[in-house]
Design a protein around this ligand. Structure first.
Ligand SMILES: [Zn+2]
Length: 70
């Protein structure tokens, strides 16, 4: 999870926040948007080594199951 630095944080902290990402080899969860279609946001469980997708859930359903108000 990305943690946004304080507005007064130094250049290094902002560079890290804006440009550096984890690049795990293995199963990861990503947010995808069906931009060219219905515009829905999806939570996609994908293995970055094989590109195998093992689970896709509507992000709205995940949000509901977490008890987060929309
Ligand atoms: Zn769609």
């Amino acid at each position: 999870m990305l943690a946004r630095p304080e507005a007064t944080a130094g250049v290094e902290a902002w560079d890290d926040y804006l440009h550096l990402r984890e690049n795990p080899a293995g199963v990861t969860e990503e947010l995808w948007q069906h931009e060219a279609g219905c515009a829905a946001w999806l939570v996609v469980r994908r293995d970055t080594r094989t590109h195998e997708i093992s689970e896709v859930t509507l992000a709205a359903d995940v949000k509901r199951s977490m008890g987060v108000a929309s």
